[in-house]
Design a binder for this molecule. Structure first.
Ligand SMILES: [Zn+2]
Length: 166
């Protein structure tokens, strides 16, 4: 492998650079479609990959909001399904919102999709998705206020399944 065989977005050392990285991600996704045990990690995997490849997956403010709030809810809250539901409904309407700038490729997390791709079986896959997502979130942590602001707005707008303290 030549030294320049890296994904320019996430830094993963892969032949084929960005396309090679995408291929690994697609293979991990296909894995999940074939086996229900992988399903619970799927949303977090898509969000983490998007945050490491924001030029492709977070071009619009709405997709930016969906993936940022998704990873935040999965890692920092206990009500991720309710949050995701509220945010999705909130984003469905016509909305003009500013899209923040994303972090540079140099600081989007220490792990990449390769960490998940190398997992042996479903339990390891699920654990590795979370480890990878945690490293991505550490790189994005300065966006926490934006995430909570959007989640609060979504829950305030979509009260039907809004979360309440237990
Ligand atoms: Zn990549």
């Amino acid at each position: 492998m030549s030294p320049d065989e890296h994904c320019p977005e996430c830094g993963a050392p892969v032949v084929g650079q960005r396309l090679g990285c995408q291929q690994r991600f697609d293979e991990c996704l296909a894995r999940e479609f074939d086996d229900d045990r992988y399903a619970r990690a799927q949303r977090l995997m898509v969000d983490a990959y998007s945050l490491q490849h924001p030029s492709d997956y977070m071009r619009s403010a709405k997709s930016f909001a969906a993936h940022l709030t998704g990873i935040y809810a999965a890692l920092e809250r206990r009500d991720a399904p309710e949050v995701n539901h509220a945010v999705q409904a909130w984003l469905n309407g016509p909305k003009t919102m500013p899209r923040p700038d994303h972090p540079s490729a140099l600081r989007r997390g220490t792990l990449t999709i390769l960490h998940v791709h190398e997992a042996g079986e479903s339990e390891e896959h699920v654990v590795r998705v979370r480890e990878w997502a945690q490293s991505v979130w550490e790189a994005w942590r300065s966006y926490e206020q934006i995430a909570t602001k959007w989640i609060d707005a979504a829950i305030a707008t979509v009260p039907s399944r809004a979360t309440r303290p237990q």
